[in-house]
Ligand binder design. Structure first.
Ligand SMILES: [Zn+2]
Length: 393
């Protein structure tokens, strides 16, 4: 059993016998401690919409259309309230870094973005929220969209996303998004290849543009579900290309399982990018939440451990792989977001969670709940473990 000493917002020492030397001590009873978890891909602005939209007609197109129909009525206060509900759940499930993908278009203007900036400020005590603005409804058909993205980048957005599959001219969107990223010196995170048709893909173009822009290590793609249907040789080629281009990949199993392969009924393929195989090939990968309680994914409790557990379950990954599964929501995800000094090490950030389990395999396999967390060395939440109330006789 090890002690962790914290000074201000950093880990000062790790080892046995440190107890009794600090001003304040916390006995966590030998429980597992992990670095605060990292959710690289979530949509706070359209979370918690089930009460307004019970039947989206199924599938990706239906979900986009359903949210599009609601978006015009979004107010900053409404987005803030729904986002706060999801954010608080995520915080108490151990998430301490998050990349929120926020839609900008003429329907919603900058209202969701303004709400995100307020959430970032109000919850900074517990989580570092990074704001990724992107054009979910397409971009090249309407110059107003690029104007909104530019305005947001000048006014607090941390990075830029793209969504070429919904654009009238996908290639032109990628060209413009890369140009904006270079002009504003920001990282990129695309929604990409969100179907199971291997006949076409935007992934190679993203890799090519990443290398041409010199943006290696600064570009991520989410979904990439086509990777789930490639044959072995094609997957190997794609892994080598992604590794060479420094393009990271995020699997979003809750959404990808729910939306993909519906035409195959009971024989539906999984439709989730096999990111553990990509990691073996040197690609930076993460597994993330994406949507919570909306037509894209009518499920969700904000738990990243549950999402990574779902990924492990569907990919046939057992205890021998649990460590790499935890990496997809911690160390690997932190690399994707370029978070410096992440991890439990001397000099590392004192962003720590305590799980209600005594070893890592139990914690991951059993989806252990965090019982408390420390952000920048300060206790940021508690979530007491359940207590059985035996009858008193
Ligand atoms: Zn998404």
């Amino acid at each position: 059993m090890q002690d962790i000493a914290v000074r201000q917002d950093r880990i000062a020492a790790i080892g046995p016998g440190l107890a009794g030397t600090a001003i304040h001590e916390e006995d966590v009873g030998g429980r597992v401690v992990l670095p605060g978890l990292v959710d690289t891909h979530i949509h706070l602005d359209k979370s918690c919409l089930l009460c307004r939209c019970r039947d989206a007609g199924g599938g990706l197109k239906g979900a986009i259309a359903a949210v599009s129909g609601l978006k015009r009525a979004f107010t900053t206060e409404d987005v803030y309230a729904r986002g706060a509900r999801t954010l608080e759940r995520a915080i108490t499930q151990g998430t301490m870094f998050m990349r929120a993908h926020v839609e900008l278009d003429p329907l919603v203007g900058l209202r969701s973005f303004e709400a995100m900036k307020r959430l970032k400020r109000d919850y900074a005590f517990a989580i570092d929220l990074s704001i990724c603005v992107f054009p979910q409804e397409g971009m090249t058909h309407d110059p107003e969209v690029e104007g909104l993205l530019t305005q947001a980048l000048a006014d607090g957005a941390d990075l830029l996303g793209g969504c070429p599959y919904t654009d009238a001219d996908p290639s032109l969107q990628m060209e413009r998004i890369f140009a904006l990223a270079v002009a504003h010196d920001v990282d990129l995170d695309f929604h990409l290849d969100f179907d199971l048709d291997p006949a076409w893909s935007h992934l190679e173009e993203i890799c090519r543009r990443t290398m041409a822009a010199g943006w290696q290590g600064r570009v991520a793609v989410g979904h990439a579900t086509k990777l789930a249907v490639l044959d072995d040789a094609a997957l190997e080629r794609m892994i080598a290309l992604l590794a060479a281009a420094g393009v990271a990949v995020t699997a979003l199993p809750a959404t990808d399982l729910y939306l993909n392969g519906r035409d195959r009924k009971h024989r539906a393929p999984r439709g989730v990018a096999p990111v553990h195989l990509l990691a073996d090939g040197g690609v930076t990968v993460s597994v993330a939440t994406n949507n919570v309680l909306n037509p894209f994914t009518p499920f969700g409790d904000g738990s990243l451990i549950r999402i990574a557990n779902l990924y492990a379950n569907l990919m046939h990954l057992g205890p021998e792989n649990f460590g790499e599964c935890i990496d997809t929501i911690s160390t690997g995800a932190a690399r994707l977001m370029r978070i410096a000094d992440y991890g439990i090490m001397v000099g590392g950030r004192a962003d720590l969670i305590v799980l209600d389990a005594v070893d890592e395999a139990d914690a991951f396999g059993g989806i252990a709940a965090p019982v408390m967390g420390f952000k920048r060395g300060r206790k940021s939440f508690v979530r007491p473990a359940a207590v059985l109330m035996r009858s008193q006789t």
